[in-house]
Design a binder for this molecule. Sequence first.
Ligand code: R5P
Length: 359
Amino acid sequence: MSGTEDIVAGERSEHVSETTGGVVGGGRPITRETRTRKRMMVFAGTTHPALAEEIAQHLGINLSGTKISRFASGEIYVRSIESARGADAFVIQTHADPINESIMEQLLMIDALKRASAKRITAVIPYYGYSRQDHKALAREPISAKLVADLLTVAGADRVISVDLHSGQIQGFFDFPVDHLTGLPLLAEHLSKRFPDPSDLVVVAPDAGRVKTAERLGKELRADLAFIYKRRSKHEAHKIEQVLVVGEVDGRRCVLIDDMIDTGGTVVEGAKALAAAGASEIFAACTHPVLSGKAVQRIAESPIRELVVTNTLPLPGEKRAVLGDRLTVLSIAPIVASALDAVFQDESVSEIFHGDNQA
Ligand code: R5P
């Protein structure tokens, strides 16, 4: 029962107890009933205020006020300015650089809201940090993506909304619902306008892990499929001996698709292999523009003609400037806002994607 609901008290209950035969205790009702009213509150951490603001705008509300500051020691302080008692609270925080700070800030916000008696807390994580560390590749490694899930759970999250998780199994790291959104329809819509004639178009997976994603995009664009195969050394761990293009790309326009671009190494290497295999033009697209360090410079100097990304992560002006009009940033805000609305209204999230949103 929420503290914000109207209590209908002092009236005889319509639900009569069968065991007592109805009214007991001097005419007092045996139940209290409420007319349930839900209250959505959207909170945002400090990593990507522009995206949070845009999501709130789509929902037609303001972000709830949160005080976020640092102690002299570097510890984070958070406090919700308004009461969150009984609220359906959504805490938006994309795990951007500095990533550990981003995660800690979100954990503290969730903890504060739990202790402030929010009724339900949904962690909204456009880009889920540590998602690539979702299994042990070598002995004595952590499964960091699982640890992030455990931290969110212990902090008090009841639900997670995230976009294009690096791998589907991350959903299973939580024992509560995870709503998985995808930026692929957004990228597909843009690319299909950009390439109305798909006859010489090839969607390329830059590694074996993205073949399914490339297949989906290829279907949307009515384009052919190719993928980059990296032959690894039998003698030296991690050493790539040869990069091979599997598929027909000679004289054709190629779109490399990935879930994220971090250092740029994967797409740039892929683009070079495609150029060597005779591709006429090379484009790249991804949901999460991590673009660490010199990634944008690396892409600018590569055969990649254009890069299309979403804004699940903030992209500073200096980085945008390096790519200039070779960069297109599409907003994920309408999709995230629709998911928040659906969760709030207890409606289907997968219907937003016509059922095609599983990782
Ligand atoms: C790998 O499995 C991912 O899907 C990306 O291809 C990779 O993380 C991109 O990283 P980078 O840009 O540093 O090559």
